[in-house]
Design a protein around this ligand. Structure first.
Ligand SMILES: [Zn+2]
Length: 213
């Protein structure tokens, strides 16, 4: 079976999406790119995360042609592939409908850095304009919004996070959901104080060296 380890990781982190409250049912999707082989393992469409077997995880090439796996690739395959094509440093994509990030996305707001952990995405979390799910228009909008950022809110839809590895892309999704929740809660009782550009620059430079010592 091709990409067995990658398929197992996709299943493991798919289950974490549910257990960490980042999605419900079969919502959201995850992919992992093996750049040397040019192959992507991606969650199958419409299968419960706790029922997926490695054989069902779809494996596609970078043109989107399915080369292995019995499941149909996720309906959002288009923006996963578009991100891999646009971002040579990205090898994992995590897409969620996590409640607080999605709340802000339904307001068509960006997420400003009220909490420093927004730095997992960059100086803020930008908003990609609304397009119907699964369309090339949405894929183009996601790629454009995410240039210079590791996450974006998708208007009236959810959240996308990327990174060099799947655990790191998952961490981006998790921390941005936390920051979105805190921002929402702070907005509910007052006006959150937003960190300024200099303060976020300091955070981002610390994040760049984190774990590299
Ligand atoms: Zn979605």
């Amino acid at each position: 079976m091709r990409m067995l380890n990658q398929r197992k990781l996709v299943i493991e982190f798919g289950r974490k999406l549910v257990s960490c409250g980042l999605t419900t049912g079969s919502g959201g999707n995850i992919s992992l790119l093996e750049r040397k082989q040019g192959l992507v393992a991606i969650t199958p469409s419409g299968v419960d995360y706790f029922e997926i077997t490695p054989g069902q995880v779809a494996v596609v090439d970078l043109s989107g042609k399915q080369v292995d796996g019995s499941g149909l690739p996720s309906s959002e395959l288009g923006f996963h592939l578009a991100l891999y094509a646009d971002r040579p440093e990205v090898n994992a994509v995590v897409h969620t409908h996590s409640p607080y990030a999605t709340t802000l996305a339904c307001l068509n707001w960006e997420l400003p850095p009220a909490h420093y952990l927004v730095g997992f995405a960059g100086s803020k979390v930008p908003l990609a304009p609304y397009h119907t799910y699964g369309t090339p228009e949405l894929a183009r909008a996601v790629v454009k919004a995410m240039r210079g950022y590791n996450a974006a809110l998708l208007a009236n839809h959810g959240l996308v996070a990327v990174e060099g590895t799947l655990p790191r892309a998952f961490a981006v999704a998790e921390e941005i959901e936390f920051a979105a929740r805190v921002y929402y809660q702070a907005k509910a009782v007052g006006e959150p104080k937003i960190l300024n550009a200099k303060q976020m620059k300091a955070v981002l430079s610390k994040f760049q060296t984190y774990g590299q010592q």
